[in-house]
Design a protein around this ligand. Structure first.
Ligand code: SME
Length: 160
């Protein structure tokens, strides 16, 4: 059973219905995520910049964070290269983990795919070890898929 209420998937779809602005949509999605889960200290997005070949910080809730992550680096960059979600029960055991907030102990990431292309990574951190279960990851993957329907790849690449 998930510790995260699956209603957030329907909520993000309803919230973004008819909305086109990618920054507006990612901003409210980060607020919805952050306020729908307990034991979470960061929730937000890294968006892929083709110009810089970098995952650059997007809308988020939480402490100031790393601004540029290279594909292949850290949890975020690894998820981007693999194109798959990752659940990291203990970030200190993940080779290459990038510690933006020393309080983080576990993490989950979900690629955001638009038309088969990964445009960014949804990232959630927790101060609690093994905070996210496989069932939690499923809910978050569904949330990412619902959100991605409201992301315009061309609009994102004009900004990032
Ligand atoms: N821990 C991530 C970096 C991003 S912060 O968690 C917000 C990583 O290893 O990629």
């Amino acid at each position: 059973m998930s510790t995260i209420d699956p209603v957030i998937v329907a909520q993000v779809a309803a919230l973004l219905d008819g909305e086109q602005n990618v920054i507006t949509n990612l901003s409210n999605a980060s607020a919805l995520l952050y306020n729908s889960m307990d034991q979470v200290n960061w929730a937000g997005f890294y968006l892929y910049s083709q110009k810089a070949d970098s995952l650059d910080l997007g809308p988020f809730q939480g402490q100031v964070a790393c601004m540029h992550i290279k594909p292949g680096s850290g949890v975020v960059g690894t998820s981007y290269v693999k194109g798959t979600p990752l659940r990291v029960p203990n970030v200190h055991e993940f080779a290459g983990h990038i510690a933006c907030d020393a309080a983080s102990n576990s993490e989950v990431v979900v690629p955001l795919k638009v038309g088969g292309t990964t445009v960014g990574i949804m990232d959630i951190d927790s101060p609690v070890l093994d905070r996210f279960s496989e069932d939690d990851l499923k809910v978050l993957a569904d949330f990412g898929a619902a959100l991605a329907k409201h992301l315009d790849a061309a609009a994102l690449s004009a900004i990032y």
